[in-house]
Design a protein around this ligand. Sequence first.
Ligand SMILES: [Zn+2]
Length: 174
Amino acid sequence: MAVTSWKQWRDSLPKADPDKRITRFWSKVEKGPDCWIWKGGVRNQYGAFNLIGPLEYVHRIAYRITVGPIPKGLLVLHRCDTPLCVNPAHLFLGTQSDNLKDANVKGRAKPPDRTGSRGRRKLSDAQIIEMRQLEETGAISLAELGRLYGICKQSIWRFCKDSRFDGEYLGIPR
Ligand SMILES: [Zn+2]
């Protein structure tokens, strides 16, 4: 059959086999006696993998495939404070305010980097990924995100909503 459109071509490709993708996911994890450390792709301090579809945080994938769906508005947090850990026993669901309390307790919360010169980026890739993840939960407003990261609401909107920033900043398909 002649392929006459990109859609036909796309549909002719083999579909991703979920079981194979899950096997592939775990093949990139080194299971220690305590933490299970992600050895695959990392963007700054966070593991990222595309199970089926877009790139996602690996601790969220681990939670979904071992525990169950992540209710809308909730985050997957680490008891062990090891960002690359995907041991389901170390993961728990929480709200953004739980995350901030947890970060304060563990000293993870740092003031936003304001050293960038005018027009330069003030946030790291990891911060932008985190910010987008937070924004997508719908649990936090753009104004609150702005306060959290020390940048204006317009910048937050650009980072989170403007797809032109994907390639420049992250190259992460959404
Ligand atoms: Zn752990």
